[in-house]
Design a protein around this ligand. Structure first.
Ligand SMILES: [Zn+2]
Ligand SMILES: [Zn+2]
Length: 281
């Protein structure tokens, strides 16, 4: 429980049942009363399947969702999340799912973000010309626990079937499209309620946001004592020269301006010579 939030109403801006994983985390950690507005058409801000292009960064979209939800409810607390899918920054060909959770407290003027990046995603698409190829794809992306989308065109679909969760509907929809267009495009349905893998990552991002939010300033006890910078230079355990690994985190208070440098990671005082530019060039 956090006294600043205890008993206050908080709205989650979601159409896709993300509250399933966020609600208990928010209620138990902060002591807020969680409400969900389903009428808020967050799809107007962009969808994954390409009918409406998302404009702005994930952070900007999530922030706008919070604003919309606050206007709708009159509450001063809102949470929204936004997911992105794409190639791993270092590993070629490996898709990753990044989830961002945005917390906005209008009364205390706090904007707090939590993120989680995971390679545990089935994000994928394919052009299919026969039902064998379709069933191979379905198997690969963990269908039917994870839903699939079928459409007649990759970028500008005029026929689209979303949230397919059983084999009969999948094959029916495919046969109809194949008959008319000769082939179909299939892709993973990344909406949270159709994608349990994504739900897990949303939970992790929510927890990361809560950890940042409830971190208090050692000087004034203000909430969201904020991580502002990383300092590299963790010394090598063999030659003691600085490595590219993180040595310390820098925090700064948004209320009183107090700054703190904390050594990181706590359990590790020196880096393995394997990562040292001198010992292992
Ligand atoms: Zn402070
Ligand atoms: Zn060294």
């Amino acid at each position: 429980m956090v006294p600043e939030f205890q008993g206050r109403n908080l709205v989650i801006a979601t159409m896709h049942n993300k509250d399933r994983v966020m609600r208990s985390l928010l209620e138990q950690t902060l002591g807020v009363n969680v409400h969900v507005i389903k009428e808020l058409n967050t799809d107007l801000l962009g969808t994954f399947s390409g009918e409406i292009e998302r404009t702005g960064t994930a952070e900007e979209v999530a922030s706008r969702k919070c604003e919309l939800a606050m206007e709708e409810t009159g509450f001063t607390l809102a949470v929204a999340s936004e997911g992105s899918f794409g190639p791993h920054p270092y590993l070629f060909g490996v898709p990753v799912n990044e989830e961002l959770v945005y917390f906005f407290d209008r009364a205390l003027d706090i904007h707090c973000i939590g993120k989680s990046i995971s390679p545990e995603t089935n994000f994928s698409h394919a052009e299919v010309v026969n039902s064998d190829a379709l069933l191979d794809f379905a198997k690969r992306v963990n269908f039917p626990s994870h839903a699939i989308i079928l459409k007649n065109n990759l970028h500008k679909p005029t026929v689209i079937e979303k949230g397919i969760q059983d084999y009969n509907r999948l094959l029916d929809a495919f046969n109809r499209m194949k008959e008319r267009y000769g082939k179909a495009y299939t892709e993973t349905d990344m909406r949270a309620m159709y994608n349990p893998s994504r739900m897990v990552v949303i939970g992790q991002a929510t927890q990361a946001m809560l950890n940042a939010l409830t971190n208090r300033c050692p000087s004034c006890n203000g909430l969201y004592f904020k991580l502002t910078d990383f300092e590299i230079g963790l010394p090598c355990s063999l030659c003691a020269s600085p490595t590219q690994s993180i040595l310390a985190h820098h925090y700064s208070c948004r209320v009183c301006g107090f700054k703190e440098r904390k050594l990181f990671p706590k359990h590790k005082e020196a880096e393995d010579p394997m990562y040292c530019d001198y010992c292992n060039p």
